[in-house]
Design a protein around this ligand. Structure first.
Ligand SMILES: NC(=O)c1ccc[n+]([C@@H]2O[C@H](COP(=O)([O-])OP(=O)(O)OC[C@H]3O[C@@H](n4cnc5c(N)ncnc54)[C@H](OP(=O)(O)O)[C@@H]3O)[C@@H](O)[C@H]2O)c1
Length: 250
C-alpha cells in the first residue's frame, strides 16, 4: 500500500491511538485524512495539526445514519482505518449483559457497518486497503475484561473472512494487534484491574508508526509494540500457550 498520496479515514480519531495515526499518516504524505469521531467538536486540535489536509467527519459506530453520511461525504477514501472501539471490565458470568452487548455492537457490528459502507468507496477509487485495529486480546479470553476480548476475536475472524472477499476487488485487509498502550482505555482498565499495569505500556506514537510501517510493507498481521511482538511470536508456534498467558492475566 502506497501511503504517500493516499486518502485516509481514521475512526476514533479524536484521541488515543486514532489521533496518533492521523499524525503518522500526515507525516508520511497522505493527501487527505478524514478524521472521524462520534463528536466532531472534539476534533479541533486534530484538524489544527494541518487544516488543509485534515477533514473532520462524524462517525458513531452505533449510529448507522452517521456511517452512511460519512461514506457519501468522504467519497475519495482509499484507505480505511477501523480504530474506534469501546471496552468493558467485569466477568462474563456476572457482569451486566447490556455492557457485553454494547461492546459487541460497537467493536464488531459497528466496525463491520463502517467496512460495508466504505468498501464500495475504496473500490470505486481504484482499490486500496482496510486496517482493522484489533488487540492481542483476540488470542485469549482474559476473564476480567468481560466481552472485550470476545469482540476483538470476532473482529479478527471478520478480518480474515473479508480479506478473501475484498482481494479480488483490489482491497487488501490488515489486522493490527497492539499489546497494552498508554491511552484512556488502558487507564480505565488499570483503575479496575491494576495487574495489567505490570507490563510496560507502549506509546500511541510507537503503535501508529509500526502500524503504518506494517501497512507499507503489506503485512497482513501487524504486531506494533514489544509486548505484541512477544505474543505474536508465541502465537505462531504455540497458540495454546498464548491462551494460557492471556487468560491467567486477570
Ligand atoms: N489502549 C490499549 O491498550 C489497546 C490495546 C489493544 C488494542 N487497542 C485498540 O486500539 C483502538 C484505539 O483504542 P485507544 O486505546 O486509543 O482507546 P481510547 O483512547 O479509549 O479511544 C477510543 C476511541 O474510540 C472512540 N469510540 C468509542 N466508541 C465509539 C463509537 N460508538 N463510535 C465512534 N467512536 C467511538 C472514542 O470516541 P470518544 O472520545 O467519543 O469516546 C475514542 O476516539 C481500539 O480499537 C482499541 O480496542 C487498544
Amino acid at each position: 500500500m502506497e501511503i504517500e498520496g493516499s486518502v485516509v479515514l481514521v475512526t476514533g480519531a479524536n484521541r488515543g491511538i486514532g489521533r496518533a495515526l492521523v499524525g503518522e499518516f500526515l507525516a508520511r504524505g497522505a493527501a487527505r485524512v478524514h478524521a472521524a469521531a462520534r463528536n466532531p467538536a472534539a476534533l479541533g486540535p486534530v484538524v489544527a495539526e494541518d487544516p488543509s489536509r485534515v477533514v473532520p467527519v462524524e462517525v458513531d459506530l452505533t449510529a448507522p445514519d452517521t456511517i452512511a453520511a460519512a461514506a457519501e461525504a468522504a467519497s475519495d477514501v482509499t484507505l480505511l482505518v477501523n480504530n474506534a472501539a469501546t471496552h468493558a471490565v467485569g466477568h462474563l458470568l456476572e457482569m451486566d449483559l447490556a455492557l457485553v452487548e454494547d461492546v459487541m455492537r460497537t467493536n464488531y457490528l459497528g466496525t463491520l457497518r463502517v467496512l460495508r459502507a466504505f468498501a464500495p468507496v475504496i473500490e470505486r477509487n481504484g482499490g486500496g486497503a482496510v486496517v482493522n485495529v484489533i488487540s492481542v486480546g483476540a488470542f485469549g479470553g482474559t476473564p476480567a475484561l468481560g466481552g472485550y476480548p470476545a469482540s476483538k476475536a470476532a473482529l479478527h475472524s471478520m478480518t480474515q473472512a473479508v480479506r478473501q472477499d475484498l482481494a479480488p476487488r483490489g482491497i487488501s485487509v490488515h489486522g493490527v494487534f497492539p499489546g497494552p498502550v498508554d491511552t484512556d482505555m488502558l487507564a480505565y482498565v488499570l483503575e479496575h484491574e491494576p495487574q495489567f499495569g505490570e507490563v510496560p505500556l507502549a506509546t500511541t506514537a510507537e503503535v501508529a508508526r509500526a502500524t503504518v510501517d506494517g501497512l507499507a510493507a503489506d503485512a497482513e498481521d501487524i504486531f506494533p509494540d514489544s509486548f505484541a511482538v512477544g505474543v505474536g511470536e508465541l502465537w505462531s508456534r504455540d497458540p495454546k500457550a498464548v491462551e494460557r498467558w492471556l487468560t491467567e492475566f486477570g
